[in-house]
Design a binder for this molecule. Structure first.
Ligand code: FA5
Length: 350
């Protein structure tokens, strides 16, 4: 080595000793081996030497370059190992075998009854459909035989968006889309339409122990040739006996909904007060749970189905009220309260 290269090597080794981390090492590397580094500059200096000297000096510079880059590589490995060890030392207080102390979440009572109903209806050949919470006026009202200015709209005021769409007031808003989705299979392949569609509904109304402004319903429809009220009653009875698994008092009375004819109100005897009357049932002893009826011919027509050939039934089960009755929740507003202590008691082991 020449005096100059020896000096460079010593300086480099001194600098390397002072390196504490990978970033510092990178700086030293660039300082010696970079495009404008000390060793690269030596190479450039060779240009002025004659051929013999150039050869000798070239060898020396190459040796120096190899030594420097080997030293950089070794230092890099050393620093990396030290960094990993430091991390392991930090983790020494952390016992990975300690059981996690996380509280398990629980299903909301409405989710539980919804899943139960889905299971029951699926076992009877119904499909489960998902539908938007924001719908058009046509979907929520017009296609259901409720034209503009029809008084039935008064009972279902809702929240309107600036673009004219609205938050759906009833799961019936999905009926038209469901008929259109399955009508071809019904007409061409003779497959009956059997669908349920649970969903959140919104109404601009005062709340009390059995009314919320945001609640869940589950719609169900069946359309085929020769569907009658007896089919409707069979499915309603099966659903209620499966959900409650005990005898409950039910009453069926005439009810008006423009999208069914005839229409019924299906009430159950209040399970909070045993039918004596309490705030949960507006002191009547009965709770409106699942209005239903035979689908109006105009509604089938709007869905592309010929009412002369096909008939069907529809129902609109109040899922939130069902959860109230099933789990003995006296005030419907508790279900939207977000009170985890009370809501978590109903979960199952699913
Ligand atoms: C309807 O919404 C009809 N779409 C139901 C229907 C479907 C009838 C198909 C015929 C054929 P109604 O407004 O009554 O109907 O609501 C149906 C059920 O939803 C009620 O019986 C009740 O259980 C529940 N419900 C209605 N409003 C509220 C509310 N504000 N809070 C909680 N549950 C409600």
């Amino acid at each position: 080595m020449t005096d100059k290269t020896l000096q460079i090597k010593q300086e480099f080794l001194e600098n390397l000793k002072g390196v504490k981390d990978i970033a510092g090492l990178e700086t030293v590397k660039v300082q010696y081996l970079g495009k404008n580094g000390v060793i690269t500059a030596l190479m450039k200096d060779m240009k002025s030497l004659d051929a013999e000297k150039k050869k000798q000096f070239g060898q020396i510079v190459n040796e120096l370059k190899t030594e420097v880059s080997n030293a950089v590589t070794d230092k890099f490995e050393e620093l990396k190992k030290a960094a990993v060890e430091a991390e392991i030392n930090l983790m020494e207080d952390f016992d990975v075998s300690t059981p996690a102390n996380l509280e398990r979440g629980s299903y909301h009572p409405i989710t539980l009854v919804q899943r139960e109903c889905e299971k029951i209806f699926k076992s009877m050949g119904f499909t489960v459909e998902d539908y938007s919470e924001i719908v058009t006026d046509y979907e929520c009202f017009e296609s259901l035989n409720i034209p503009k200015h029809h008084p039935a709209r008064d009972m279902q005021d809702t929240y309107y968006l600036e673009n004219g769409q609205l938050l759906k007031t009833q799961t019936s808003a999905a009926q038209n889309a469901i008929y259109r989705k399955y009508k071809d299979a019904l007409i061409n392949e003779g497959k009956p339409i059997k669908a349920i569609f649970p969903g959140r509904c919104f109404r601009n109304e005062a709340t009390d122990a059995c009314h919320e402004n945001t609640f869940f319903q589950m719609e169900g429809v069946m359309v085929d040739k020769n569907i009658s009220i007896s089919n409707l009653i069979f499915f309603m009875k099966t659903m209620l006996s499966e959900v409650f698994r005990k005898d409950i008092k039910v009453r069926l009375r005439p009810g008006f909904f423009p999208f069914v004819e005839p229409g019924f109100e299906l009430d159950i005897s209040c399970l909070i007060c045993g039918g004596d009357g309490c705030p949960s049932c507006k002191h009547s002893g009965w709770l409106e749970l699942c209005p239903c009826g035979m689908i109006h011919p105009e509604v089938l027509k709007a869905g592309g189905i010929d009412p002369e050939e096909y008939t069907g039934f529809a129902f609109g089960l109040g899922l939130t009220r069902l959860a109230m009755m099933k789990y003995g929740v006296k005030d419907i507003r508790d279900l939207n309260s977000g009170n985890l202590k009370s809501l978590s008691q109903f979960t199952d082991d699913e």
